[in-house]
Design a protein. Structure first.
Length: 508
């Protein structure tokens, strides 16, 4: 069994004089009183792979005794000063649940002890006027030993300020202002582990990637690819834990990577990137089943909720719930199975290799203006072709298919513009924004089309069970009308995207 929480904290160099050197924090923002607790004796053994794959992605895994939360702790980085901490009960070996959550980083490599950190901790709790704990200041005397025989040893002091759950992060700034007045500054290391690895000599020299000319087209493309490879790895634990929006975000990351590798084939050799695009397509497809079912269920559920009671006949909510449960279990299982395959881990390894040793082509070293603008304009040309073809088709399945293809082309244009935005600025940003408007409109149309098919299936199932199918027919009619309305809006939205003035700055 695991539990999780988010922790928001900052680390500082210890005050001169220990606890006596801390400033009085009473009156700092909502802080009304300060209480003291401790000392506590904490003993943590940190585990990692031989080449420190967890530490190098700012992840820590430890087995800690002492203190109120003894157990196994896996800490995953989030934005800013915040991390997600997943806790599991004490055991001799790494719990399988935590091993699985670390898999996108470890790639199945053996986890072993790398360093032992013991701390003597004194705690001050900052409380509001009602006595509620707002934050804890922990002053630690730290002793670190490398786990391998003959390894190094290090000692240091550290001050940590951690917010309680639900407290505004602005309190950290208020506290830091008081600390600075006493000469207390931020610590150089982001975590005890990072400092311990460095000072005990465990951390080896990092592998260097290929040199890329700064400010070149290759540099901009690789920065985008590297950022999204990192996001793909980071979303993995959230998907495994079935957290809200995680599948969607991981799937979108796959699409952005695929789009970048497609649009910038003049920068990265397609003989290397095309197989990666195919594997990213496979992964997005495995994730897509779960996401599509989730979105569709929410859409139909919201539509039912908006209907007047007089139009809801029969066990509509129960029928919808049966459909969600029967579909949802299957697609979630499919997602978990995909993330457990060697194929998935090979894809992550291949993406890492692409970032470290990019297959650069000649245009990668050139200035970005021409190369990246040309890639964006080429994607616009593809979108224009799809739109022209789709709008010429009669209403019906052929046009629905054509508009779906246009939607995918609009995404590719948007992602190509996204990659180029840091280099080309506002002109490409405006084009990307207009492409997003087309994508959103066509997405709403596609959702309405898919919903009609599902509603018909629900109506058939209700009829066979002897239930009224009237409500499903009402919803089907609403979705049909919605799809028609989106088609009527499309020419005006497309006119704004196809305006030659929008592309002119990129053509010169």
């Amino acid at each position: 069994m695991t539990q999780s929480k988010r922790e928001t904290e900052r680390k500082y160099e210890p005050p001169f004089g220990g606890v006596a050197g801390l400033p009085d924090l009473t009156g700092a923002g909502p802080v009304a009183s300060v209480t003291t607790a401790g000392p506590e004796e904490l003993d943590a053994v940190y585990h990692d792979t031989e080449d420190l794959r967890l530490a190098r992605s700012s992840v820590t895994l430890r087995r800690r005794t002492g203190g109120p939360d003894a157990g196994w702790h896996l800490k995953l980085p989030l934005a800013g000063d915040t991390r997600e901490e997943v806790w599991a009960a004490l055991s001799d070996d790494v719990p399988e649940s935590l091993r699985e959550l670390a898999l996108s980083r470890t790639r199945g490599a053996e986890l072993r002890p790398v360093v032992r950190i013991r701390s003597t901790r004194t705690v001050r709790r900052l409380r509001d006027a009602d006595g509620r704990v707002l934050a804890e200041l922990s002053l630690d005397e730290v002793r670190a030993d490398a786990a391998a025989s003959g390894g190094g040893r290090a000692e240091w002091g550290e001050l940590e300020v951690e917010l309680a759950d639900g407290v505004d992060a602005g309190l950290l700034d208020v506290v830091e202002k008081r600390l600075r007045k006493k000469g207390i500054v931020r610590a150089d290391s982001p975590s005890k582990l990072a400092r311990a690895l460095r000072e005990t000599g465990v951390e080896a020299e990092r592998e260097r990637g290929s040199a890329v000319v700064a400010g070149s087209a290759g540099a901009y493309v690789l920065a985008y690819v590297g950022d999204h490879v990192g996001k793909l790895v980071a979303w993995d634990p959230a998907v495994r834990r079935d957290l809200p929006d995680a599948v969607h975000q991981m799937r979108v990351t796959c699409r952005r990577l695929r789009g970048c590798l497609r649009s910038y084939r003049s920068v990265l050799d397609r003989r290397v990137t095309d197989p990666l695009r195919a594997e990213l397509r496979w992964l997005a497809g495995e994730l897509g089943a779960a996401r599509d079912q989730e979105v569709l269920g929410e859409r139909i559920g919201a539509a039912v909720a908006e209907l007047p009671d007089t139009l809801v006949l029969g066990p509509v909510a129960a029928r919808l719930r049966v459909w969600e449960v029967s579909q949802g279990g299957e697609v979630r299982s499919r997602t978990r199975e995909a993330l457990a395959t060697p194929r998935y881990l090979r894809l992550l390894d291949a993406l890492d290799c692409l970032v470290r040793q990019p297959p650069l082509r000649g245009k990668a070293a050139g200035k970005p203006a021409r190369t990246m603008a040309r890639a964006v304009l080429k994607e616009y040309g593809r979108l224009a072709g799809h739109m022209e073809k789709a709008l010429a088709l009669p209403v019906g399945r052929p046009r629905e298919t054509g508009l779906h293809e246009a939607r995918k082309a609009a995404k590719k244009l948007r992602y190509a513009a996204e990659v180029a935005r840091p280099a080309l600025g506002k002109p490409v940003a405006r084009l990307g924004k207009r492409a997003k408007a087309v994508q959103r409109l066509l997405g709403e149309h596609q959702d309405a089309v898919v919903a009609q098919d599902t509603l018909r299936q629900l109506a058939v199932a209700a009829h066979r069970a002897g239930e009224p199918a009237f409500t499903w027919g009402v919803l089907h009619g609403l979705e049909r009308a919605g799809a028609k309305a989106r088609r009527q809006e499309l020419p005006e939205v497309w006119r704004k995207v196809s305006d030659p003035a929008l592309r002119a700055p990129l053509e010169h």
